[in-house]
Write a protein that binds this ligand. Structure first.
Ligand code: FA5
Length: 341
């Protein structure tokens, strides 16, 4: 009789523990507690049967077994409840989580075009070297664009700048004398006429030529002009300024050189090139000592004042700097291309 009741207690305990570990919700645990620990539970039923055991020792052994079983069931119910509670809490926290990063949209702000970026950086570098920024009109007179720059009507060098004419006749003027400026050099003349030397200016701006677009030419592009007028300015000042600029703009590994060339408004004239750290030379622009005729056109006495000037293409410089194959890509309005810079 006694081994029977003890094995019944063990079996009831095992079934109860299996049921408890199979509970998947807190409600299951509540229902199981009522069923297993309540007065109508199987163990409670077995406990009632202890009264009929005659031997005191047997009764004690069976009583201990049933109490242990009931305690084990209670412990298992508590543990399962705690486990399911923790799980439910974790699920709720996850469900109610507010992911603030979801509300931070990827940046859709625009940025300056790469030519504008180059233009602004050039201004910064030259202003840092003591230059001031000057401006001139995009629609120019023939006189400022050519004649005052030592290119009188019929001068062969005019042909080098394929000019776009504006259908506008100034009061008292001649037809065909209003042009879209072909370079920023007319700002030299306007500055000399407006200001007393010493002059240390740069003039970035848009220029126009009747060029067919290709990988290195655009009909509308940008140049930056430099002009220095002071007493005793020499070619060495020009070379030094170009070298300091090259290192400040491109980096300490870069160098510059001047190569003999020809421009009607400078004498002597030089192309200036920059050298990449890998030794490769890139042509950047033109330069030279301001021609005496140009100083005179600007109202200055060449016996007193001397100076140098330079001018180069901003678009081509941005192209070189970023390794862009074709200038036309910079103006194709393809956002996927522009976004990269
Ligand atoms: C001039 O325009 C001279 N005014 C430069 C100068 C200034 C010389 C002061 C001496 C003293 P040039 O025509 O070479 O020079 O043009 C200068 C630069 O403009 C070129 O080196 C090139 O970088 C750029 N450039 C010329 N044509 C185009 C074009 N169609 N598209 C883009 N860039 C151009």
């Amino acid at each position: 009789m006694i081994p029977d009741i003890i094995s019944a207690i063990r079996a009831a305990e095992q079934t109860a523990l299996d049921d408890i570990s199979g509970a998947t919700t807190l409600d299951d645990v509540v229902a199981l507690r009522t069923r297993l620990s309540g007065k109508k539970g199987e163990l409670a039923g077995l406990k009632k049967r202890l009264g009929s055991i005659e031997s005191i020792d047997d009764k004690k052994a069976a009583g201990q077994a049933v109490n242990e079983a009931m305690a084990a069931v209670d412990t298992a119910l508590d543990a399962r409840r705690a486990e399911l509670h923790a799980h439910a809490l974790a699920e709720r926290v996850e469900a109610e989580r507010i992911d603030l990063t979801e509300y931070v949209r990827p940046s859709s702000r625009g940025h300056a075009h790469l030519v504008t970026q180059a233009w602004e950086r050039l201004e910064d570098v030259f202003v840092g070297m003591g230059f001031r920024v000057a401006e001139g009109p995009e629609v120019e007179t023939d006189w400022h664009n050519f004649e005052a720059l030592n290119m009188p009507i019929g001068h062969p060098a005019r042909g080098e700048w394929d000019t776009l004419f504006v259908d506008h006749v100034p009061p008292g003027g001649q037809p065909g004398t209003t042009v879209l400026r072909t370079h920023t050099s007319p700002v030299q003349i306007r500055t000399m006429l407006d200001e007393e030397p010493p002059i240390y200016i740069i003039a970035p701006g848009r220029v126009f030529r009747r060029d067919t677009p290709d990988a290195t030419h655009m009909p509308v592009f940008h140049q930056i002009e430099g002009l220095v007028i002071d007493r005793g300015i020499t070619m060495a000042d020009l070379a030094g300024t170009i070298e300091v600029f090259t290192q400040a703009y491109f980096g300490p590994g870069f160098h510059s050189r001047l190569r003999p060339s020809y421009f009607p408004f400078t004498e002597p004239s030089a192309e200036f090139d920059i050298q990449r750290p890998n030794g490769e030379w890139i042509e950047l622009g033109g330069s030279g000592m301001v021609h005496p005729n140009v100083l005179r056109a600007g109202g200055l006495d060449p016996e007193v004042w001397s100076g140098f000037a330079f001018g180069f293409g901003i678009d081509r410089m941005a192209k070189e700097r970023h390794g862009i194959e074709d200038l036309r890509e910079m103006y194709a309005d393809d956002i996927r291309f522009i976004e990269q810079f």
